[in-house]
Design a protein around this ligand. Structure first.
Ligand code: PGA
Ligand code: MG
Length: 234
Protein backbone atom coordinates (compact mmCIF):
# COMPACT_ATOMS: atom_id res chain seq x y z
CA UNK A 1 0.00 0.00 0.00
CA UNK A 2 1.26 3.47 -0.82
CA UNK A 3 1.59 5.81 2.14
CA UNK A 4 1.07 9.34 0.83
CA UNK A 5 2.21 11.03 4.07
CA UNK A 6 5.92 10.40 4.50
CA UNK A 7 7.15 10.40 8.12
CA UNK A 8 8.75 13.69 9.18
CA UNK A 9 7.04 15.59 6.41
CA UNK A 10 5.55 18.87 7.65
CA UNK A 11 1.80 18.66 8.03
CA UNK A 12 -0.62 21.48 8.40
CA UNK A 13 -3.02 22.22 11.21
CA UNK A 14 -5.87 24.48 12.24
CA UNK A 15 -4.52 26.43 15.19
CA UNK A 16 -6.51 28.63 17.55
CA UNK A 17 -4.65 31.14 19.69
CA UNK A 18 -5.51 32.78 22.94
CA UNK A 19 -4.69 36.51 22.84
CA UNK A 20 -3.79 38.09 26.22
CA UNK A 21 -0.63 36.59 27.64
CA UNK A 22 -0.08 34.40 24.57
CA UNK A 23 0.31 36.65 21.51
CA UNK A 24 0.51 39.99 23.29
CA UNK A 25 1.46 41.35 26.69
CA UNK A 26 -1.62 43.48 27.22
CA UNK A 27 -1.46 43.66 31.00
CA UNK A 28 -0.28 47.31 31.20
CA UNK A 29 -3.33 48.53 29.22
CA UNK A 30 -5.71 46.20 31.09
CA UNK A 31 -4.30 47.48 34.39
CA UNK A 32 -4.56 51.11 33.27
CA UNK A 33 -8.23 50.67 32.29
CA UNK A 34 -8.96 48.96 35.61
CA UNK A 35 -7.19 51.65 37.62
CA UNK A 36 -8.87 54.44 35.65
CA UNK A 37 -12.20 52.85 36.54
CA UNK A 38 -11.15 52.66 40.21
CA UNK A 39 -10.02 56.30 40.14
CA UNK A 40 -13.44 57.34 38.77
CA UNK A 41 -15.01 55.33 41.60
CA UNK A 42 -12.82 56.95 44.25
CA UNK A 43 -10.85 53.80 45.02
CA UNK A 44 -7.06 53.50 45.28
CA UNK A 45 -5.30 51.87 42.30
CA UNK A 46 -4.16 48.24 42.37
CA UNK A 47 -0.72 46.95 41.43
CA UNK A 48 -0.15 45.38 38.04
CA UNK A 49 0.64 42.06 39.75
CA UNK A 50 -2.66 42.14 41.58
CA UNK A 51 -4.61 42.87 38.39
CA UNK A 52 -2.73 40.07 36.61
CA UNK A 53 -4.36 37.64 39.05
CA UNK A 54 -7.78 38.85 37.87
CA UNK A 55 -7.20 38.37 34.11
CA UNK A 56 -8.19 35.26 32.19
CA UNK A 57 -11.97 34.86 32.40
CA UNK A 58 -12.94 38.00 30.49
CA UNK A 59 -13.75 41.56 31.47
CA UNK A 60 -16.94 40.95 33.50
CA UNK A 61 -15.07 38.46 35.70
CA UNK A 62 -12.09 40.81 36.06
CA UNK A 63 -14.43 43.56 37.28
CA UNK A 64 -16.20 41.11 39.61
CA UNK A 65 -12.86 40.13 41.13
CA UNK A 66 -11.92 43.80 41.55
CA UNK A 67 -15.27 44.46 43.23
CA UNK A 68 -14.69 41.71 45.80
CA UNK A 69 -11.06 42.67 46.32
CA UNK A 70 -11.88 46.36 46.87
CA UNK A 71 -15.01 45.72 48.91
CA UNK A 72 -17.30 47.41 46.41
CA UNK A 73 -20.87 46.34 45.67
CA UNK A 74 -21.87 43.83 42.99
CA UNK A 75 -24.84 46.18 42.42
CA UNK A 76 -22.33 48.37 40.57
CA UNK A 77 -21.06 45.51 38.40
CA UNK A 78 -22.74 46.48 35.12
CA UNK A 79 -21.75 50.14 35.47
CA UNK A 80 -18.16 49.32 36.40
CA UNK A 81 -17.87 46.89 33.48
CA UNK A 82 -19.07 49.60 31.13
CA UNK A 83 -16.66 52.12 32.62
CA UNK A 84 -13.69 49.74 32.46
CA UNK A 85 -14.50 48.83 28.86
CA UNK A 86 -14.81 52.52 27.91
CA UNK A 87 -11.36 53.19 29.40
CA UNK A 88 -9.96 50.11 27.70
CA UNK A 89 -11.47 50.96 24.31
CA UNK A 90 -9.96 54.45 24.58
CA UNK A 91 -6.45 53.00 25.06
CA UNK A 92 -6.23 49.27 24.36
CA UNK A 93 -2.94 49.28 22.49
CA UNK A 94 -0.96 52.16 24.01
CA UNK A 95 1.31 49.99 26.15
CA UNK A 96 0.54 46.56 24.71
CA UNK A 97 3.37 44.74 22.96
CA UNK A 98 3.59 41.61 20.85
CA UNK A 99 5.73 38.95 22.53
CA UNK A 100 9.11 38.51 20.80
CA UNK A 101 9.05 35.99 17.96
CA UNK A 102 5.25 35.88 17.62
CA UNK A 103 5.10 37.61 14.26
CA UNK A 104 7.73 35.35 12.72
CA UNK A 105 6.08 32.25 14.19
CA UNK A 106 2.70 33.20 12.73
CA UNK A 107 4.32 33.96 9.37
CA UNK A 108 6.06 30.59 9.39
CA UNK A 109 2.93 28.67 10.36
CA UNK A 110 0.89 30.40 7.65
CA UNK A 111 3.64 29.64 5.11
CA UNK A 112 3.40 25.94 5.92
CA UNK A 113 -0.34 26.06 5.21
CA UNK A 114 -1.70 26.25 8.74
CA UNK A 115 -5.01 28.02 9.23
CA UNK A 116 -4.95 30.34 12.25
CA UNK A 117 -7.62 31.94 14.41
CA UNK A 118 -8.04 33.68 17.75
CA UNK A 119 -10.26 32.52 20.60
CA UNK A 120 -9.99 35.10 23.38
CA UNK A 121 -12.04 36.07 26.41
CA UNK A 122 -11.27 39.73 25.68
CA UNK A 123 -14.36 41.42 24.18
CA UNK A 124 -14.28 41.09 20.40
CA UNK A 125 -14.08 44.81 19.48
CA UNK A 126 -10.94 45.60 21.51
CA UNK A 127 -9.49 42.18 20.55
CA UNK A 128 -9.81 43.14 16.88
CA UNK A 129 -8.41 46.58 17.59
CA UNK A 130 -5.38 45.22 19.43
CA UNK A 131 -4.68 42.66 16.68
CA UNK A 132 -4.94 45.40 14.02
CA UNK A 133 -2.77 47.82 15.98
CA UNK A 134 -0.08 45.14 16.51
CA UNK A 135 -0.11 44.12 12.83
CA UNK A 136 -1.33 40.62 13.71
CA UNK A 137 -4.87 40.72 12.27
CA UNK A 138 -3.94 39.58 8.73
CA UNK A 139 -2.71 36.21 10.04
CA UNK A 140 -6.08 35.18 11.42
CA UNK A 141 -9.09 33.85 9.54
CA UNK A 142 -11.39 34.22 12.54
CA UNK A 143 -11.42 36.19 15.79
CA UNK A 144 -13.93 35.22 18.45
CA UNK A 145 -14.04 37.29 21.64
CA UNK A 146 -15.48 36.80 25.09
CA UNK A 147 -18.72 38.49 24.02
CA UNK A 148 -19.01 36.96 20.53
CA UNK A 149 -21.24 34.16 21.84
CA UNK A 150 -23.36 33.91 24.96
CA UNK A 151 -20.63 31.79 26.50
CA UNK A 152 -16.85 31.93 26.75
CA UNK A 153 -13.78 29.88 27.74
CA UNK A 154 -13.55 27.58 29.67
CA UNK A 155 -16.78 26.52 27.94
CA UNK A 156 -15.47 24.36 25.08
CA UNK A 157 -18.28 25.75 22.90
CA UNK A 158 -16.23 28.96 22.54
CA UNK A 159 -13.25 27.07 21.15
CA UNK A 160 -15.44 24.80 19.03
CA UNK A 161 -17.21 27.81 17.50
CA UNK A 162 -13.82 29.38 16.74
CA UNK A 163 -12.72 26.25 14.85
CA UNK A 164 -16.08 26.15 13.08
CA UNK A 165 -15.50 29.73 11.87
CA UNK A 166 -12.49 28.80 9.71
CA UNK A 167 -11.89 26.43 6.81
CA UNK A 168 -10.16 23.48 8.48
CA UNK A 169 -6.66 22.37 7.49
CA UNK A 170 -5.58 19.23 9.33
CA UNK A 171 -5.71 18.52 13.05
CA UNK A 172 -6.86 21.12 15.58
CA UNK A 173 -4.50 22.65 18.15
CA UNK A 174 -5.06 25.31 20.80
CA UNK A 175 -2.29 27.61 22.02
CA UNK A 176 -2.76 29.54 25.26
CA UNK A 177 -1.22 30.74 28.49
CA UNK A 178 -3.67 29.98 31.25
CA UNK A 179 -5.52 27.46 33.37
CA UNK A 180 -8.70 28.62 31.60
CA UNK A 181 -7.20 27.75 28.21
CA UNK A 182 -6.01 24.35 29.44
CA UNK A 183 -9.46 23.51 30.78
CA UNK A 184 -11.08 24.66 27.54
CA UNK A 185 -8.78 22.51 25.42
CA UNK A 186 -9.28 19.52 27.70
CA UNK A 187 -13.07 19.83 27.55
CA UNK A 188 -12.96 20.27 23.76
CA UNK A 189 -10.51 17.36 23.48
CA UNK A 190 -8.04 19.45 21.53
CA UNK A 191 -4.24 19.18 22.11
CA UNK A 192 -3.03 22.18 24.13
CA UNK A 193 0.26 24.04 23.70
CA UNK A 194 1.07 26.13 26.77
CA UNK A 195 3.02 29.39 26.58
CA UNK A 196 4.67 29.47 30.00
CA UNK A 197 5.50 33.22 30.13
CA UNK A 198 1.97 34.67 30.11
CA UNK A 199 -0.49 35.16 32.97
CA UNK A 200 -0.78 31.66 34.42
CA UNK A 201 -1.37 31.49 38.17
CA UNK A 202 -0.14 27.98 38.90
CA UNK A 203 3.07 26.04 38.20
CA UNK A 204 3.44 24.71 34.65
CA UNK A 205 3.37 21.13 35.99
CA UNK A 206 -0.10 21.72 37.44
CA UNK A 207 -1.57 22.90 34.13
CA UNK A 208 -2.49 20.02 31.81
CA UNK A 209 -0.77 20.49 28.46
CA UNK A 210 0.38 18.52 25.44
CA UNK A 211 3.56 20.59 25.06
CA UNK A 212 4.90 23.87 26.41
CA UNK A 213 7.18 26.64 25.19
CA UNK A 214 8.72 29.77 26.66
CA UNK A 215 9.85 31.52 23.46
CA UNK A 216 7.47 32.02 20.56
CA UNK A 217 10.32 31.38 18.13
CA UNK A 218 10.07 27.72 19.29
CA UNK A 219 6.41 27.45 18.32
CA UNK A 220 6.60 26.34 14.66
CA UNK A 221 8.95 23.43 15.50
CA UNK A 222 6.84 22.50 18.49
CA UNK A 223 3.68 22.46 16.37
CA UNK A 224 5.38 20.12 13.88
CA UNK A 225 6.55 17.83 16.70
CA UNK A 226 3.06 17.65 18.18
CA UNK A 227 1.53 16.99 14.76
CA UNK A 228 4.00 14.21 14.08
CA UNK A 229 3.29 12.55 17.42
CA UNK A 230 -0.45 12.81 16.77
CA UNK A 231 0.17 11.26 13.38
CA UNK A 232 2.15 8.38 14.89
CA UNK A 233 -0.52 7.74 17.52
CA UNK A 234 -3.31 7.80 14.94
O1 PGA B 1 -9.76 38.94 28.77
C1 PGA B 1 -9.26 38.09 29.51
O2 PGA B 1 -9.56 37.95 30.71
C2 PGA B 1 -8.22 37.16 28.97
O3 PGA B 1 -8.15 37.16 27.57
P1 PGA B 1 -7.48 35.90 26.85
O4 PGA B 1 -8.57 34.85 26.78
O5 PGA B 1 -7.05 36.42 25.51
O6 PGA B 1 -6.33 35.46 27.70
MG1 MG C 1 -4.56 34.42 27.99
Amino acid sequence: MHDTKAKGQPVTATIMFDLDGTLVDSLPDLAAATNNMLRDTGVRPLSMDQIKQFVGNGLPKLVERVIYHCDLSMGQHADLCQLTLAHYNAASSDRTVVYPGVLQALEHLRDTGCVLGVCTNKPEAPARHVLEAMGLAPYFDAILGGDSLNTRKPDPAHLEASFAAVTPAGPQLFVGDSEVDAETAHRAQVPFLLFTEGYRKSPVADIPHTASYSQSSELPDLVMKVLQSLDQNA
